[in-house]
Write a protein that binds this ligand. Structure first.
Ligand code: FAD
Length: 319
């Protein structure tokens, strides 16, 4: 009998995925985003999240994107929300608005200052003073799922990893349901972080954030700003491919597949992909771990993205 293509986690349960998008700035970016959503929707992710620009700069675009996902697709959207540049009353209003629009999941963050990630952070007057306060504020509004961020290689502004673990514990004590990590390339770093968190009494899922390397130079730049290390072996794999996009993409798929399969083999059940609003690499990795599209009733977005072609939803291929 042929082996099932579904990759099972160590517990025997199928692997679950979630996808992160950012709100588009232009009409062309909007088209790219909705093509990506249309392609990935049939994989039935656990949820999809939409980021919130540094300093709250994408407030309207984030809301519009999240609410459109809720309205027009079968996906469960999560809205990123930060403490930056808004009072508690304003933030609470946004959360209530999301709840009314059927969005019951917030990714709660401190956020970076408008001047950028490296600039000193000052809490807003009458605003939430910390992410833990924001988590508690959201939970006080209603039955809303809350995810928070975690940093396996420590946050760039943090004095040490234990300080971050302490802050993560506060977010958990305030009601966070799940942590999603900053991306990393060395799985050992993530697994050690999960162990340290568990030893500190943190028992919510800590979902690894996975970034497929769409463009090595750009990813290395993000990594530098995010405090994520780029191993020498990774740079070597992309060395010499600047002018060769086809080979670069094949290498990117292989590198990401290796990372994801290793995580699953080491007991990870949930994976969060930073899609950069591009579906192809993520779709390929999901295929590799057994997620399949199957014919089903079309949703608005899948029908649009497939432009009259076959509409499909996905489920693990065992079903
Ligand atoms: P916390 O966990 O509360 O703290 C992280 C670190 O920030 C601490 O270690 C500490 O060093 C420092 N810190 C916290 N509070 C203070 C303070 N009052 N003064 C000085 N330093 C302090 N950013 C966005 O703007 N929009 C997004 O949509 C977004 N999405 C993200 C999604 C994920 C999965 C991740 C990992 C990050 C995301 N970020 C986003 C980035 C995040 O907002 C920044 O990393 C921010 O600096 C920390 O937010 P936090 O909620 O993780 O903070």
């Amino acid at each position: 009998m042929a082996a099932s293509p579904v990759r099972l986690s160590r517990s025997g349960a199928p692997v679950r995925v979630s996808f992160e998008f950012f709100p588009p700035k232009t009409e062309e970016m909007e088209r790219t985003l909705w093509e990506a959503i249309g392609r990935l929707e049939p994989l039935r992710p656990d949820f999809v999240s939409v980021t919130y620009g540094a300093g709250g700069t994408t407030r309207e675009r984030t809301h519009a994107t999240v609410e459109r996902i809720a309205r027009e697709t079968a996906l469960r959207p999560a809205a990123h929300l930060t403490c930056v540049g808004a009072t508690r009353a304003e933030i609470d209003e946004v959360v209530r608005g999301y709840a009314q629009a059927g969005v019951g999941h917030i990714v709660a963050l401190r956020g970076d200052p408008p001047a950028g990630a490296g600039a000193p952070y000052r809490p807003t007057e009458n605003g939430y003073q910390s992410t833990a306060e924001l988590v508690a504020g959201i939970k006080a509004i209603g039955d809303i799922e809350v995810s928070v961020a975690a940093y396996p290689e420590k946050h760039p502004q943090s004095p040490n990893l234990l300080h971050d673990i302490e802050l993560l514990k506060r977010k958990v004590d305030a009601g966070a349901d799940r942590a999603i990590t900053q991306f990393f390339f060395d799985n050992g770093v993530y697994l050690r972080f999960v162990d340290v968190a568990a030893a500190a009494g943190i028992c919510i899922p800590i979902v690894p954030g996975i970034v497929p390397v769409q463009n090595f130079k750009q990813t290395a730049g993000f990594a530098r700003r995010a405090g994520a290390s780029v191993p020498a072996w990774l740079a070597e794999r992309f060395d010499g491919l600047d002018e060769d996009p086809v080979t670069r993409r094949l290498v990117a798929a292989a590198v990401c597949a290796e990372q994801v399969v290793d995580l699953i083999d080491r007991g990870v059940r949930d994976l969060h992909f930073y899609t950069m609003n591009r579906a192809d690499l993520v779709f390929a990795i999901c295929h590799l771990i057994g997620l399949r599209a199957r014919e089903a009733a079309p949703t608005a977005s899948s029908a649009r993205a497939l432009a009259g072609g076959e509409a499909a939803t996905a489920q693990p291929a065992t079903r």
